[in-house]
Design a protein around this ligand. Sequence first.
Ligand code: ZN
Ligand code: ZN
Length: 374
Amino acid sequence: MKTRAAVLREMQKPRPYGTSQPLSIEEVTLDPPGRGEVLVRIRAAGLCHSDLSTINGDRPRPLPMVLGHEAAGEVVEVGEGVDDLEAGDHVVFSFAPNCGTCAFCLSGEAALCQPGAAANTAGHLLGGGMRLRQNDETVYHHIGVSGFAEYAVASRRSLTRIDPELPFHIAALFGCAVLTGVGAVVHTGQLRLGQSVLVVGLGGVGLAAVLGALGGGARQVIAADIDADKLETARAMGATHVVNSGDEDAIEQVREISGGGVNLATEFAGVAPALEFAFECTRRGGTTVSSGLPHPDVRLSISPTRMVAEQRTLKGSYLGGHVPTLDVPEYIALYQAGRLPVDRLLTHRLTLDEINEGFERLACGQAIRQVIDL
Ligand SMILES: [Zn+2]
Ligand SMILES: [Zn+2]
């Protein structure tokens, strides 16, 4: 079948993206789902900073590629061997497919699935499927999703069935922003009731972390960013304190507010100074969790002596360390109960044709989460 899709053919195009149009809306061919795969009609797809990192070359991928990794939709057809989903089911995509049988999956670390990571790096579906093409030219899948399209074929292991009552434009957010942001705090960071939490970097994922820290019972949620508008947004979402991390005394401000440093610092800005700042703001024995993804060449400057003598912990968190099929339905239930108001992350709703303008807005910091309705 044919489907309209946003295709990236060249990285590092100049800004503004509204002019350079790094993503072209093209008609591509989508082959039917193979064994273990599912054809999904995409209904909503979110614009995330990780898409931007591929557009600007920080996180290179094979090209041409249909981008988009945060999406929700409706099952149209299932391939051979898929017996637990059927046409009409509503699903959320996960950008970390999990095979269910590798050592990581068996240990409950689905986000680290080895075959899933290999497929994502290669631009294939889990199991090796390549269902996108344009005439004879291969078009790559974006981390098993390729959600900026009317239709997608994905591995069953990239999909979670959800409550059909949930609107698609909200459902999409659970695939990346919510799992990554909330998970960094409550799962990887193992927030305990009454602790102080710092959130550095207030994009969609960071603000989801603010909501997660509040929902998880933090005593203080200190939001930090270099952008004053984002600090105001965080305050409106319930952050108890805000600190401009560009201030010369920003670390002292956090230590003052938290009485000597926070229990848990989380970082989502994807730049080394933000992570170093987060680490410095923890108290003795504190934990720092990073979900930021800077360019692979970036290195940190952190004191090993302080890490050892003051028993500080530094942890990475990918997809919030989650098992999506377990955790997405639980977070959706929390949202529906009014205890995780992730709809507040949504600032813009777009058409597929407005996608480049949307990414320019994201690059300028003028949007939190933008969702394309399809
Ligand atoms: Zn994302
Ligand atoms: Zn696995």
